[in-house]
Design a protein around this ligand. Structure first.
Ligand code: 5GP
Ligand code: ZN
Length: 112
């Protein structure tokens, strides 16, 4: 989608630090990390968020990418958190579907 920063990253038009990539998904480090591991898992197709009609195989590819990211950062054993900010009340700022993968240190309880 025109002007979408995550479409730009998925197309390799905007630089990012890529952790994992396949034909459906790209996972890259957040520009402003809030934990030692803070990676965004993003479908290459543009969907606004989980309320959009996201195909099941895209969601499965994202779930697989989460595991690959955890393995890449060696946090599959210590644990991690996956967050999908969806819409205004969640404070979604980039309107291209993405899952935050947070870990590498104790995360605390927060809201959850
Ligand atoms: P949201 O609040 O929409 O769930 O999170 C958007 C995330 O995207 C934020 O954590 C923000 O730091 C990250 N972000 C925004 N623009 C860029 C960018 O150009 N590159 C990278 N790597 N991360 C970005
Ligand atoms: Zn996009």
């Amino acid at each position: 989608m025109e002007g979408c920063v995550f479409c730009g990253i998925a197309n390799h038009e905007i630089p990012s630090t890529v952790v994992y990539e396949d034909d459906q998904v790209i996972a890259f480090r957040d520009l402003e990390p809030v934990a030692k591991t803070h990676v965004l898992v993003v479908p290459k197709e543009h969907y606004a968020n989980l309320i959009d009609d996201v195909p099941a195989d895209t969601l499965a590819a994202m779930a697989n990418a989460v595991k690959r990211v955890a393995e890449a950062d060696g946090i599959e054993g210590s644990g991690f958190r996956v967050i999908a900010n969806t819409g205004d009340d969640a404070g979604q700022t980039v309107h291209h579907l993405h899952w935050h993968v947070l870990g590498g240190e104790p995360l605390g309880a927060g809201l959850l």
